[in-house]
Design a protein around this ligand. Sequence first.
Ligand code: NAD
Length: 493
Amino acid sequence: MTSIPNVPKFDGRALINGQRVAAKDGQVFDCVSPVDGRVLTQVASCGVADVDAAVASGRAAFEDKRWSGMSPAQRKRVMIRFADLLLQHGDELAMTETLDMGKPVKYARSVDVNSASNCIRWYGEAVDKVYDEIAPTPSTALALITREPVGVVGVIVPWNYPMIMAAWKIAPALAAGNSVVLKPSEKSPLTALRMADLALEAGIPAGVFNVVTGTGPHAGSPLALHMDVDCIAFTGSTRVGKQIHVMAGQSNLKRAWTELGGKSPNIVFADCPDIDRAVAAAVGSIFFNQGESCNAPSRLFVEESIKEQFLEKALKLVPGYRPANPTLPGTVMGAVVDKIQLNTVLRYIESAKAEGAQLIAGGEQALKETGGYYVEPTIFDGVTSEMTIAREEIFGPVLSVMSFTDTAEVVRQANDSVYGLQAGVWTRDLNKAHGVARALRAGTVHVNQYDEDDITVPFGGFKQSGVGRDKSLHAFDKYTETKTTWIRIDSPV
Ligand code: NAD
């Protein structure tokens, strides 16, 4: 593997009230690159005092209306400038993301930077086009139903799509006039800090958008427990998501929105309209982002009569996903985020072997000599719904293949999960497509494609995949209070 490019100097300080600052107690942690295990920089390890300062600055900004008091059209202009600046700094942001969390730079640029920028632009453009309501009251009253920003929004995000996950929350929250305190994952904190620098440059006033870096227990919990945070928007694991709801209840009953894990089923019927497309999507979607996608179709159900043909085609595609240096423009599979995640994925692979699944591709750590954390794209056939790899979220490039003969039975198995984030159905039979889509307990059902969507549609899950939806105009509901103003009209004419 060729060496990685000249690594720029990163500023790992938090951003509070418009200033880059060290943690108040001076604590830092190493920011390690999964590309080759090097320390990229040291990052402020924020704690209670730093979170307090960030929340106080967000509160002061909200109270004096430096942002919430701007007209929607003014906020729109600033948000669009912010989105433009992300694109102007796209190459820098993409390489930072790649070095920080291991994804191929080609996708960091074409997917992460572009989607984050587009999201910020979309909510900026939307905010001066959404209207409030007037209720159908008798003529003796006028009842206004208006939406107001909730105040200070805490945002906690994971490491798999750091910029996109942050944008999905900060964009509607900021556009609606709130102040935000963002806590990025300690495994990928660098692009969040740069986003906040660029937000300031775009004209979002100091104090409105703060970033506290640090671990979950030290920086995340104080935010979720804070008595002056009005809403906590979280994306991450189901395990921590449950704690977020508890912390909201233990403190000020802040609204809590959680976007959590998944174990999405992808059902391919024998009458699938294009088997090559179905194979490419099944393989491409589980290996994209090293399998570190909440909506990855990690459980593949193929109708028995086409399974052999399907797997033959799938195996031909696997070498194309061989891991390589993610800083190179041609790489499609990079490094998993850290050593802990590497070991988790390898443990699941061993559990699958021990439980009797048949390894037909990959299964090993790759590129050990680099000092980075790489896993071969891996496929198991002969998986059953009881096996650990069919039940638990692996968050790595591991596909579990199962076969079926009966539609009702495959729907039952697909729904047999604590998760309900997404699902796929491939068939040319319109009745079957609609019937199965309706029967699947998932926030999004993909029909004859997987992974195609955009900012206009909601994203989120049923069951333990979380509460609430990111994206689309529905996201404004998360960050606004609904107020009724009932005006009596004494003498209607
Ligand atoms: P995680 O739950 O370990 O961490 C997520 C965030 O929570 C991090 O910022 C972390 O520091 C913070 N955190 C951890 N402990 C905390 C605590 N006690 N209090 C407050 N904050 C705490 O998840 P992860 O490993 O970073 O991300 C992977 C998970 O995210 C997967 O389960 C994946 O499915 C999920 N995810 C879901 C979606 C979605 O939209 N549904 C999108 C992306 C990722």
